[in-house]
Write a protein that binds this ligand. Structure first.
Ligand code: SF4
Ligand code: SF4
Length: 62
């Protein structure tokens, strides 16, 4: 799963588009993340232009 720093997020929608399993979605001005869908690939972490996303230890990479 990931963690999104909402103070840094500029709601650019990039992390929603790059996720291969559609675990992120922009809803109004909040990115909703679904840890059940996330496969911890790190793609959105690298794609975020303001480094607002951190990959955390989740069920798949403990
Ligand atoms: S780490 Fe990968 S699977 Fe998880 S939300 Fe980001 S892009 Fe999607
Ligand atoms: S890519 Fe980063 S700045 Fe853009 S919506 Fe996602 S968390 Fe926010």
């Amino acid at each position: 799963m990931i963690e999104i720093n909402r103070k840094l997020c500029i709601y650019c929608n990039t992390c929603t588009g790059v996720c291969p399993v559609m675990a992120n979605r922009l809803r109004e001005v909040v990115v909703e993340h679904d840890p059940e869908k996330c496969v911890d690939c790190g793609t959105c972490v690298k794609a975020c232009p303001v480094a607002a996303i951190t990959l955390r230890a989740g069920k798949k990479n403990l």
